[in-house]
Design a protein around this ligand. Structure first.
Ligand code: ADP
Ligand code: MG
Length: 453
């Protein structure tokens, strides 16, 4: 919920641009929306007026779902509620808080667990890249604290580490409803440590973590090197593990490659099982796309799936991004069938985000003017105030180094400066850049903008 809260403004503004919502609609429908609560993968949004509920449900449920998934990488079902429904939810919520876990026949959903019910073993597609990690995850989920402890999953971004962790948590929770399960991102763990140190509540923090039966800590690489957080983590880890509680850790690399990690600690982390997830091969990518289209009731031809699988190779999150984009397209357009041509058109920005732009003098002029907020007319004029002249020199320097243009052509593009003044400008920057660190950092920043790769 915190993440949604934090990113709510971004979610709304993205929704507005991506789905071309007019200012007036936005003001009427979206600005008054309030986040109510999240429960079992459902995000409840409160509308000010009852009549908005039907309207929003029919019109914007999928759009919100898509944008939230894009921004938070989490899928929620969206439920709009109005003033009439409020007493029901407010009551339910308070019932939940006071409900007695032991007496309840149904599995008590531990709201604190941080577990995303949407990521399960059922919807994880196993390929050669993930077979081992998947089997290890299943083994741990079936026998928490007994087989591989800790389980250490590592691999690159968007390959399914977080998904597998939630899957373990969901499976374990279903089979052992009374176990206390906690999934935490390293970021949240760090924030909690900092917060508790600040407020002097570390003993509460420790007590809370030490009660956990299955602890999943995601992206541990972000903790390594942060001293007090790292220490807290290892103390917690050691205590849990020594008392037979399951610990599952993910990281972008194996323990032995984590530079600032002491030998003693990395060997502790390795003493359970270490499993990696690699990049999915073509067949796995197609299988993942099939599964995801089924789940979302999308129908895409084999040609389109093949096109996506051929163009998005490095991770699963990219595959999802491509599908989301096509889903948005089919929601917004009259075309019912997505052809390969449409897919090409819609996905080209995702395939090469900065469009493999050819570096031309024009591009350099645009980027440099924008960087220094100098109007183009000033550059093309004969004005020689310091900042205009320097900006012009920088353009000359970059044009010489990043294009094949002659000095004459460069001068021409700058409003007809002659060959010798171009040559002078380039010399000046070549000299100044060696001694002027501000100039150098500006030029480095501009180079990144014109040539991001
Ligand atoms: P990581 O944590 O490794 O960066 P995630 O677990 O967040 O990656 O995966 C990115 C997205 O791709 C998630 O939405 C996840 O559900 C999905 N995903 C990853 N691997 C698979 C898979 N094998 N089958 C189905 N979905 C997957
Ligand atoms: Mg992750």
């Amino acid at each position: 919920m915190d993440e949604i809260k934090e990113k709510w403004d971004l979610i709304l503004s993205t929704l507005k641009t991506e789905f071309k919502i007019s200012d007036i609609s936005f003001k009427t429908w979206f600005e008054p929306l309030k986040l109510h609560h999240i429960d079992e993968g459902k995000l409840y949004l409160e509308c000010q007026e009852q009549m908005a509920v039907t309207y929003m449900t029919n019109k914007y449920t999928s759009a919100l779902k898509i944008v939230i998934a894009e921004i938070t990488s989490k899928e929620f079902d969206i439920v709009f509620i109005g003033p009439k429904d409020l007493p029901l939810y407010n009551k339910e919520e308070s019932n939940d808080i006071f409900s007695n876990v032991n007496s309840s026949a149904k599995v008590a959903i531990d709201d604190d667990s941080g577990v995303n019910p949407k990521c399960t073993f059922d919807n994880f597609v196993v390929g050669d890249n993930s077979r081992f990690a998947h089997s290890a995850a299943v083994a741990v989920a079936e026998n928490p604290g007994e087989t591989f402890n800790p389980l250490f999953i590592y691999g690159g971004v968007g390959l399914g580490k977080t998904h597998l962790m939630h899957a373990i948590a969901n499976y374990t929770r279903e089979n052992n409803p009374h176990m206390k399960i906690k999934y935490v991102s390293s970021e949240n763990f760090t924030n909690e440590v900092i917060e508790n140190i600040r407020s002097g509540n570390m003993s509460d923090f420790r007590a809370k973590y030490r009660k956990i039966d299955v602890l999943l800590i995601d992206d541990i690489q972000f903790i390594i090197g942060k001293e007090s957080t790292q220490l807290e983590f290892f103390n917690t880890f050691n205590e849990l593990r020594d008392s037979g509680k399951q610990v599952i850790i993910s990281s972008d690399k194996p323990p032995k490659d984590m530079e600032t990690l002491e030998e003693r600690i990395s060997s502790r982390l390795e003493c359970g099982l270490t499993a990696d997830i690699g990049q999915p091969d073509f067949e796995t990518r197609v299988a993942i796309l099939r599964k995801k289209t089924e789940q979302n009731n999308m129908s895409l031809s084999d040609d389109v799936l093949t096109y996506i699988a051929n163009n998005f190779k490095s991770n699963v999150r990219e595959l999802e991004g491509a599908l989301n984009k096509l889903r948005a397209y089919s929601m917004l357009s009259a075309d019912t069938v997505i052809t390969v041509e449409i897919a090409e058109q819609e996905l080209k920005n995702l395939i090469s985000p900065n469009g493999q732009k050819e570096i031309t003098i024009q591009l350099i002029i645009e980027v440099v003017c924008d960087h220094f907020s100098i109007p183009l007319e000033a550059i093309l004029s004969n004005r020689r105030t310091n900042d205009v002249a320097t900006t012009r020199f920088i353009i000359m320097y970059l044009a010489k180094n990043y294009t094949n243009s002659s000095l004459k052509a460069i001068g021409g593009a700058l409003g007809g400066k002659d060959h010798s003044s171009v040559s002078h400008g380039i010399d000046k920057i070549e000299k100044d850049i060696k001694v002027d660190s501000v100039l150098k950092s500006n030029i480095d920043a501009i180079i990144k903008k014109i040539n991001p790769s």
